[in-house]
Design a protein around this ligand. Sequence first.
Ligand SMILES: *Cc1c(COP(=O)(O)O)cnc(C)c1O
Length: 362
Amino acid sequence: MANRIWNFNPGPATLPLSALEKAKADLPDYDNSGMAVMELSHRSKQYDAVHKDAMTLMRDLFGVPDNFKILFLQGGASLQFAQIPMNLLGEGKSADYIITGSWSKKALKEAKIQGTVNVAASSEETNFNRIPAQDELNLSQDAVYCHITSNNTIAGTQFQTFPDTNGIPLVADMSSDILSRKVDFSKFGIIYAGAQKNLGPSGITVVIIREDFIEAGREDIPIILQYRTQADKDSLYNTPPTYSIYLMKLVLDWVKSVGGLQGVEKRNQEKANMLYGIIDEMSDFFRGTVEKENRSSMNATFRLPTEELEAKFVADALAAGFGGLKGHRSVGGIRVSMYNAMEPQGIKELTAFMKKFAEKNG
Ligand SMILES: *Cc1c(COP(=O)(O)O)cnc(C)c1O
């Protein structure tokens, strides 16, 4: 078998081995078609089944209500930063943004080009080490939506409860925690995510959008950027990223095999408990960079006593079979990305390594 390491890359990130092996077996001759999935016509029966299966799995596993459409788009979460306000803002319309990290800032920057935006709260003053509390939110009465980044991939924070916005729908960038826990869709207008952290390979963006948000979209913007265009055609208006969608379908099959959303949520809690457990147990050596109550179950960020030790930690970890642990340059230190597909065993072995490293170097 391939010599795989425990891959803690922040994104693109580790995928379930079963999905990769199925893709490998299918590669030259998919389902007796005599060709690879990526060679099939996107109008063929065989590809259509892959496409529909992926959508159905996504809807069933995540519990997406009937009044939401699931779209498979391209351009990454970054295009959504622009496409959302382009569709929903304009003359006399405004949106609220809660700023909890670099990704929210990028979303805000795009929205400002399209309309009036109000920063309802920001934790930038403390280097995004926390999620603003409910009573800090300065929400507008008439915003079309309130944008949040549910999990802050770089800073290592996560909304543990979603803000109360007086009925104004949340629009959430869930790129790094989609399908990691149960979500109450009644609070949301749009949930979107680049697939390359929790759902599959890069190249596909999942947009889950309430039907009235599609209908309310502007009609004086490019046709390809109107949500109704892809919604009306089941995301087959033009050629979709067929191979990425196929791989995402295999990842969703895997989610189902580990007990669906409930199963992955349980695994994610188990992993986060192990990881933060060792940080708290050896808090003289491992210093968490965010407020405890806002810790992310997907990306754990911490510092070591010196930068030299951090470099040694990353190098020694790699030699021991743990990759992708270097923190983002804006935070420094170490970041452990433990998305859905990271096995609890990987965290078990990593925390044993961490313990030994601290004992030897502390
Ligand atoms: C990775 C990431 C993005 C960027 O996604 P692209 O698909 O590269 O555009 C946006 N938001 C969050 C929260 C992310 O983690």
